[in-house]
Design a protein around this ligand. Structure first.
Ligand code: ADP
Length: 287
């Protein structure tokens, strides 16, 4: 409130509505904080695999000084090729190199996925993502994703299963449907420490419902709405350890919507979660 005097000598109070201005400023500050936090997360996410790649590449670069390499050279010099000692040393050396290569490939793959998520998010948020619609077999896609992620589940001692009700065809973007399922199952594995992850597929005349359920951490009611929002992770410390940029579900939801479908979640803290992808079924399509 500011005070002013009228020409007649009265003192009046003038009210200025600062609420709208203040709100706009707060929103700008929040957006700025979100951007800074996001950049910080991206930098960390990219730095971790890069450090692994750099470390392993350095190992390989100096591999002539590695004991495996020395043993191989000694064995070759002493006995010539073909003898068991030389063969053993060569195997050691090969194993060492293969391990380094595997570590580099895994970290590079992780970075590729992060960058793809970033590019997808940019496209989705600009409304520039176009689907490549074609007749596809959903049962086949579900099986192949489950198979691909089997090693990741096994590495955590989890059982990953798929239960479908036979071949179902529809018109959809194969790569994108696979991407959504991949994302949901990867999350389920990431946030489950024991028990199982199950993918199921049910269909009716007009829709197909994929459900990914896990016996993991679960999500509280308070956090439930946040998980589909961009850059949101329920527990920063836990997810930092697990990685991720909080974009997977936001992208998946947009992809489901672009298909005319939806993505939903049902979860209980400490019990587990079920994420369901509903796609419209194009009954005209035949394969
Ligand atoms: P990110 O790739 O960073 O995990 P997502 O968008 O895929 O991002 O997921 C956002 C957040 O939702 C996760 O960080 C996690 O907190 C929560 N979340 C997703 N899936 C699950 C799940 N199956 N169980 C528990 N929490 C989950």
């Amino acid at each position: 409130v500011t005070e002013a005097k009228t020409p007649h000598g009265y003192t009046v109070g003038i009210w200025t509505d600062v609420t709208a201005e203040k709100r706009a400023q707060e929103a700008a500050e929040a957006a700025d904080r979100e951007k800074t936090e996001f950049l910080n997360n991206v930098s960390h996410e990219l730095r971790t695999p890069l450090t692994v790649i750099f470390g392993r590449a350095s190992f390989m670069r100096h591999s002539d000084k590695m004991p495996q390499s020395q043993r191989l050279m000694d064995a070759l010099e002493a006995d010539g090729t073909g003898c068991p000692v030389a063969a053993g040393a060569a195997r050691d050396y090969q194993r060492f190199m293969t391990d380094q290569g595997a570590g580099i490939a895994e970290s590079a793959q992780h970075m590729i996925r992060l960058v793809e998520d970033l590019l997808d998010w940019t496209k989705v948020s600009r409304g520039q993502l176009e689907l490549d619609m074609a007749p596809i077999q959903l049962d086949e896609i579900a099986r192949s994703v489950t198979q691909e992620l089997q090693p990741a589940a096994e590495a955590k001692g989890l059982t990953l299963t798929y239960i479908g009700d036979g071949p179902v065809a529809t018109i959809a973007d194969k790569v994108r449907v696979k991407q959504i399922l991949y994302n949901l199952i990867t999350n389920a594995i990431k946030f489950t420490n024991e028990g199982k992850v199950n993918l199921s597929m049910l269909h009716s005349n007009d829709k197909i419902v994929f459900s990914v359920s896990d016996t993991g951490n679960g999500i509280s009611k308070a956090d439930a709405r946040r998980v589909f929002q961009r850059f949101q992770q329920v527990d920063g410390s836990m997810t930092r350890q697990n990685g991720g940029l909080g974009l997977g579900l936001a992208i998946s939801e947009q992809l489901a919507t672009l298909h005319g479908g939806s993505l939903s979640m049902d979860s209980e803290l400490g019990v587990g979660s079920t994420f369901s992808l509903t796609l419209p079924r194009d009954t005209v399509s035949t394969l």
